[in-house]
Write a new protein. Structure first.
Lengths: 213, 213
DNA sequence: TGTTTATGTGAACAAGCGTCCATTGTCAAG
DNA sequence: CTTGACAATGGACGCTTGTTCACATAAACA
């Protein structure tokens, strides 16, 4: 993430602070009021900048839908002075297809420690890890035996996702252009590129790869 | 909270689940789609019911602004089988007036264990406790020496709030009718009722009172 | 000196979205 | 049989909100 200007940092802090207090995100006009801008476009400019610098993410056209790209605001009360920047997450060898998109913790087969900074994922959400079987993603440099850290959330175009196909969870790239239906794509030139999807169940988005050497 | 019907529970679960995955709340039409309703009003009915049963709270007219009334969804991975329903919160004797609405953890003077169930507050937000000085709230049955559990969030009409007046944090009832400016009210008939507010700084909303016997 | 970057103003548009009214049907309680 | 809670359809209204175009200013830069 590039460095933010002072003003951009102020905006970002306000957005985080607002969510922390209210449980939902501010609207653009609420940000405008807070900073006494006379135009909403002042906010738009800063948001565009924050987005370009990968500090935030937004869903175009939808109200109050921010995502902050950064480990979550640390818990404000019990701040361990030198907190270990490591998250302990379960390794699920198998993902049941119960409630759509819901991961069943039953299948835990181990635990994995991941450095927060290296995997840019939000520690507030519940992440899990999957061990890669097969070679469908070798062109994305993900190999058999690697551990993929998956964060449950809706995918966006270009994300590598853990998805349920024929009762099995596989790793694929998620492609969605405009209003066309999404499809999945294996990153291996020897595999068919397109996986048309009747009913797509995405378990989550891959945020990091951990390879034991 | 009254019992929810099966359908209401489904809606509630979806809303929580959606927020958990996306970081923001669903719109009414997104809920509609999920359940294949042919009308948004089906959702409205359920939301009204959930609100009447105090399961959720909403800001009228504002998009994607839910609040779930219940201890947060338990962390899905490390679920202790018999988790203690107790939250450990700091006791702040003094609240500095640095960043507006931000509590400085520096002034911690102790810790307090509170039963989650008895205090209906969300454990995800950062709560703190204040020891009551003075008798301005005796008519609300809050007495000197009591511990008040405060949750940082924006107040609504009728809430008892910890507010900053003349550099001191006091406990008052927050009154806001329609578009009129808000004011604070002491719950002691020997005190002046109205506290007009030039610049109001509310530290948070009181969610529980703990009295050591 | 011209150009980019950061920061704003001002006004307007259109889609997203919450809300409301009128109606229908089911089912259990009184 | 009637009443009321529950569940849902269908259509419409209007505020909320994200977005965009045109334009202005100061600082940094080459």
């Amino acid at each position: 993430m590039k460095d933010l200007t002072k003003r951009q940092q102020e905006i970002l802090t306000f957005i985080e602070h607002y969510e922390w207090r209210n449980g939902y995100w501010p609207s653009i006009r609420e940000i405008q009021e807070k900073f006494n801008f006379k135009s909403t476009n002042a906010v738009m400019g800063h948001l565009r900048a924050l987005e370009k610098k990968a500090a935030i993410e937004r869903i175009p056209g939808q109200a109050r839908t921010f995502r902050i790209h950064r480990p979550d605001t640390p818990e404000r009360n019990e701040l361990p002075e030198n907190a270990t920047e490591v998250v302990d997450i379960p390794v699920l060898g198998d993902i049941a297809a119960g409630y759509p998109d819901r991961v069943e913790p039953a299948g835990e087969i181990g635990r994995l420690q991941v450095d927060i900074a290296s995997a840019g994922f939000s520690n507030r959400r519940r992440s899990f890890a999957l061990q890669v079987r097969g070679d469908s993603m070798v062109d994305a440099e993900i190999y058999e035996g690697d551990m993929v850290v998956v964060e449950p959330r809706d995918p966006r175009d270009g994300d590598i996702v853990a998805a349920l196909i024929d009762g099995e969870t596989t790793l694929k790239r998620y492609i969605k252009k405009g209003n066309e239906p999404p499809y999945l794509k294996a990153e291996n030139k020897f595999y068919p590129e397109l996986y048309p999807i009747n009913e797509l169940t995405v378990q989550g988005v891959a945020k990091a790869v951990v390879r034991s050497l």
